[in-house]
Design a protein around this ligand. Sequence first.
Ligand code: 3HC
Length: 303
Amino acid sequence: FSTSPSAMSAIKHVTVIGGGLMGSGIAQVAAQSGHQVTLVEINEGALKKAKSSIETNLKRVAKKIHKDSPEEAEKFVTNALSKLKTTMNVMEPIQNTDLIIEAVVENINVKHKLFSSIDPIAPQHTIFASNTSSLFIQDIASVTKRKDRFGGLHFFNPVPVMKLLEVIRTPETSDETCEKMMTWGKAIGKTTITCKDTPGFVVNKLLGPYLREALKMFERGDATVQDIDTAMKLGAGYPMGPFELLDYIGLDTHKLVADGWRKKFPTDPLFKPSEILENLVAEGKLGVKSGEGFYKYDKTSKV
Ligand code: 3HC
């Protein structure tokens, strides 16, 4: 008998679909908190990258929580890795899973194709969730026959570090599903909040306009990138300034989200295209992941 949070959750096996930054982070936190996890990624190279980043990040976590015991740290990593399976075949794990979290590309057609293909095969009790940050959960769920067992589980980057999990319920998500998602969120060590299925949920609804305003401020020539970042770190206590955060999130990702918001709010000047952002993305300067965005990155310095 165990009273650990993972033992109390009704969700024992989790399938994470999509092995990018978010999907691999979600798979990692689920495995390190004792859940059986299968990570699905259809691209072989991406799957290899996901496995290696999970191992690296597990070691970082292990070093932190077992700083005085290298043996315990090693055990932590081995245990977590033993809970994690990977596959390129989505149909393999879903016949025996309690929760499926989708973290694939932000494209409604791709998500519809995925959910409509797995809905008839997954067990009745299985909860479906999306980690989308820019689409309506209700729209994604519309192709399934389990709208009461469908919700949003929105994580933050870097998933192993950021303590928040937004649990999103549509008008059709049942109380039971919402409760199970909240309990599971706590079992993986996150603090959960709930939000209705509204654009940006809580965090991105506030963070989006803040990042857009920073871009406009720089474009107007009010202050430099470095000074705006310093101001927000030292004057508002943010861990990163807005441009450091844009580079961290990925300029292409931010552009994709902003383009989506512009479609939803076409008259809002805040979401007008930012010239500097458009140019950087066109030049392939996408932030940390490409080695340059608003700043340049190498192994040791941020210029
Ligand atoms: N996995 C595990 N541990 C990690 C990690 C990872 N991927 N990344 C960082 N860490 C750990 C480090 O090991 C370090 O641990 P320590 O305190 O024991 O030394 C700790 O986190 C801090 O890391 P660093 O010392 O390398 O660097 P910082 O102190 O600058 O912290 C940061 C990095 C945690 C990313 C911090 O700068 C931060 O919180 N930034 C803001 C991030 C943010 O706002 N995220 C939300 C983005 S919006 C979003 O995700 C929404 C989505 O829809 C796109």
